[in-house]
Design a protein around this ligand. Sequence first.
Ligand code: PLP
Length: 391
Amino acid sequence: VQPSHRISNINSQGSDGWEVFLRARQLMAEGHPITELTIGEHDIRTDPSILEAMHASATAGNTGYAMVPGIAELRQTVADRVTKRTGVATTRDNVLITPGGQAGLFAAHAAACDPGDRALFLDPYYTTYPGTLRSQGLVPVAVPTRSKHGFQPQLEELDQAAKGAKSLLINSPNNPTGTVYSRATMAAIAEVCQRHDLWLISDEVYDTQVWSGTHISPRSLPQMTERTLVIGSMSKSHAMTGSRVGWVVGPQEMITHMINLATNTTYGVAGFVQDAALFALRQGTDLEQKISAPFARRRDIALDILKEFPKVTAIAPQGAMYLMLDIRATGQSGFEFANRLLDEHQIAVMPGESFGQSAAGHLRVAMTIPDDAFGAALRTLCLFATQLADG
Ligand code: PLP
């Protein structure tokens, strides 16, 4: 017997993009000292006060099946938060609590698309996007964005690709580029979605990490509330990556369909994890700012260092916890450079190619280690790139 085409096709396009990361982890397991700047994992752990809330909930007996859509208080708190941040009246019936943003991405596409549908996403992209689409039998269509446009998608290209498509997945603030989509970009996206009758799936898991510009949730644009599904998560905003808690916000009918999906897949999120998320959200923006502050600081450190290395160019990240470096002057691909940097300098970064062809010749550097070590590693990287560029 054979596995389904759908499941064996998830990574069938060759690389899944994680090779350098996996090699770094292997070297670390063997005892090599590696400076790890690959995945989007904070260097702090979940705040002890959140863990105490989780512990108190679990020891109080909250270890049984939780309500599949999410506990009422958490759904309401997420709804209030979205209303406050976007101005769009949102109720708990517009919210499904999911085991992280990733499960939300899966649920949203299941709700929006049927097998065989063309599902658009923007390149460079978060590595799981094409696999998430293929795992549902969708046809992933990557729409390129370019560094010369600051990786802001362009109306004409979107419009071309949208013919016959069913959905468009966007991510702002963006992983891996750090781009925050401007009001004009969001307006263009809304225009294309309306013209071609697309569902817009807006991945906003970095919405608390904005360094310049303003984050606009496209659900708040005219006529977009009814065709937008927003993905949110506690992973990045509250350093709760391992807790697996996030949400989808959208029209009530779509949430009802996704609750049916959750009943038949995840069966919800652990009650004590939801209570911890509730506690964390109730701490307000002070805690979010405390968690995002190190990335803002390291972004400034990086931009200062980069001034000394004209062969390595970066688009100043407007948001999120990464730095995209253009190393094309070295003549190496991002993949070649990242492998050499790992072997010759024991520094692990993600090759741009892991995030699509539009990021070829780039590196994504996660700003996720203490400031001094981060600055030192970036300096080593830039020196190495400069040596290669100078032959
Ligand atoms: N979306 C983006 C753009 C991400 O970078 C990530 C994680 O790195 C996720 C979604 C998934 O996050 P989680 O499932 O931990 O909420």
